[in-house]
Design a protein around this ligand. Structure first.
Ligand SMILES: *[C@@H]1O[C@H](CO)[C@@H](O)[C@H](O)[C@H]1NC(C)=O
Ligand SMILES: *[C@@H]1O[C@H](CO)[C@@H](O)[C@H](O)[C@H]1NC(C)=O
Ligand SMILES: [Zn+2]
Length: 529
């Protein structure tokens, strides 16, 4: 691969200079570049000092190719079982560049060069690409995409669980049942399956809301939020109320994440020490407990891990007032990890002979990308990876379909020609800008920090302390990063995993899962038999 990169570079140089040069005429190229920085990187990297010893043997690559060939040949046996269980994992904002950088970080944390590492879901047999645009927007948000990948219909940005007939903030349209689109969680519930979701954001955040809500504005998380957009909560039901009192949310077996304040009146302090934000006086946690007398509300890690899943009917885990904390900055005694939440949820749901559907979101990948905190975003991606690995270990691919995807991309770039094994979170040691300053391998086009001096020149990042909370540089100044419109990956393992290939509309994903599980109104594998 490195050789290819160099050849591309060489070809580009040859074009610019108007000379035709032989591929192996390295010395000439080196002279032709004329630029010190280019010269330095070729001298440094191109001379083999970064190449792992075993990779110099062509048999190394041929062996690897034979292994990958054998793995792909095994795919001649298709898994055409009915999916009793479906687990849908969503990495919010997990672009393909995020996947690649996280894989390198994972390998480097093991003391390896990193690029060759494989994330748990990258071992899944089938992959495809999902087109993420929404009906009115080239680049999507987490609301219209949730409608697509959970309800199977594309709609307008910022709306959830409604068709594209509903425009932003139009309450009457969003409350009209003829504009509602139902989610795969509802289809699964109708078939007698256990249902629920886990997120690291709030229970009322855009992505998980796609499993149960119908709103003209994702920000309607509580009655107070509805009022803040000039709408009447009597007319337009807030997301927390929909979750606790309406179908299908009221029946969910599992609800885990943050966002306790959205469920409590502003006169009550939650167990995390913060006041609720509701103005309607409703205590939705009491309402939920009343509806599920054998259900349990867990508010910290110990309560969650010590509960006996065979003694409770439903679990509401609500671990922070707002978002859950980034794993790297969290109190590991108080806050459970995504993998820990996943383990408890699957244990409870596995009791149902009819199976289950669960939506599990790594929601802080996106939140950290918005803050251009790449190190945290990659760590959250690795937490997401661990939860998927555990879910695959706890279940059988013969009866449990696991699909991993993302709602939209984030414009994290991995650029320059850093040497093999270069710290993915660090500076490219082999290249510098036109002022001779080194730059980071990871950058964003848009973000809060440019690191420029008064004259607009880049600051020397070698002199700036970079901890895990460091904000990576952006080119365009905004208070907050932005999503990007590239396709995201789909990774599938289990019954009918071979359907999750090609470049498909994001809204097709739940229809494919429903096909494998024989749920919903569309064609399913059960009709075919
Ligand atoms: C809301 O949508 C309906 C159509 O469903 C339309 O008749 C009405 O004028 C819209 N209201 C506003 C305030 O745009
Ligand atoms: C959980 O409860 C079940 C049913 O009462 C019991 O058989 C089991 O031993 C309990 N497990 C633990 C770890 O306490
Ligand atoms: Zn976002």
């Amino acid at each position: 691969m490195l050789i290819q990169i160099l050849l591309v570079a060489i070809a580009a140089i040859a074009l610019v200079e108007g000379h035709v040069i032989a591929d192996d005429d390295f010395h000439n190229v080196y002279k032709l570049t004329g630029q010190n920085s280019n010269r330095a990187f070729i001298e440094d990297i191109g001379m083999g000092k970064y190449t792992p010893e075993e990779e110099k043997d062509p048999e190394f690559w041929r062996n690897l190719a034979r292994q990958e060939l054998q793995q792909n040949l095994k795919k001649q046996r298709l898994n055409m079982n009915k999916a009793k269980n479906v687990i849908f994992f969503l990495g919010d904002g997990m672009s393909l560049s995020t996947v690649a950088a996280a894989r390198m970080l994972k390998g480097q944390q093991k003391g390896n060069t990193g690029e060759e590492e494989v994330l748990s879901f990258e071992k899944f047999p089938y992959t495809g690409l999902s087109k993420t645009y929404c009906t009115d927007s080239q680049v999507a948000d987490s609301a219209c995409t949730a409608t697509a990948y959970l309800c199977g219909v594309k709609a307008n940005i910022v709306t959830i669980g409604v068709s594209a007939n509903v425009l932003f903030n139009n309450c009457s349209a969003s409350m009209d049942p003829k504009n509602h689109v139902s989610s795969i969680a509802q289809w699964a519930q109708k078939a007698g399956k256990s249902t629920g979701f886990i997120t690291t954001t709030t229970l009322t955040h855009a992505s998980p809301s796609g499993t149960f809500a119908h709103v003209a504005n994702r920000m309607y998380e509580s009655d107070t939020d509805v009022r803040s957009f000039g709408r009447d909560p009597e007319e337009c039901m807030d997301i927390a109320t929909q979750l606790v009192t309406q179908e299908p949310g009221r029946n969910f077996d599992i609800l885990m994440g943050g966002g306790m304040s959205k469920f409590l009146p502003n006169t009550i302090r939650d167990c995390h020490g913060n006041l609720g934000i509701r103005e309607d006086g409703k205590n939705l946690l009491s309402t939920w407990q009343g509806m599920h007398p054998e259900g349990i509300i867990a508010t910290n890690r110990e309560e969650l891990l010590s509960l006996n899943t065979s003694k409770v009917s439903n679990i509401m885990g609500i671990f922070q007032s707002k978002y859950m904390d980034y794993r790297l900055l969290s109190d590991p005694v108080k806050q459970p990890t995504l993998a820990e939440m996943t383990e408890v949820a699957l244990k409870l749901m596995q009791r149902n002979d009819e199976g289950y559907f669960i939506f599990i979101e790594g929601g802080l990948i996106d939140v950290a990308h918005h803050a251009t905190k790449a190190a945290i975003s990659l760590d959250e991606t690795l937490e997401f990876d661990k939860a998927i690995e555990l879910a695959r270990k706890m279940t059988d691919p013969e009866d449990t379909l696991i699909v991993v995807s993302s709602d939209h991309a984030h414009p994290l770039t991995i650029s320059g020609y850093p040497g093999r094994g270069t710290d993915i979170l660090g500076l490219n040691q082999h290249d510098s800008d036109s002022n001779g300053l080194k730059y980071l391998t990871l950058n964003y086009p848009i973000g809060p920090k440019q690191y420029l001096d008064d004259k607009g020149n880049r600051l020397d990042l070698e002199k700036i302390n970079r901890d895990s909370n460091f904000e990576y540089p952006g080119y365009i100044n905004t208070d907050d990063g932005r999503h990007s419109g590239d396709d995201v990956g789909i990774f599938a393992s289990g019954p009918f995993d071979h359907l999750f290939t090609g470049v498909i509309e994001q809204s097709t994903i739940p229809h494919l899962m429903a096909y494998a599980a024989c749920i919903g109104d569309g064609p399913t594998m059960c009709d075919a038999n």
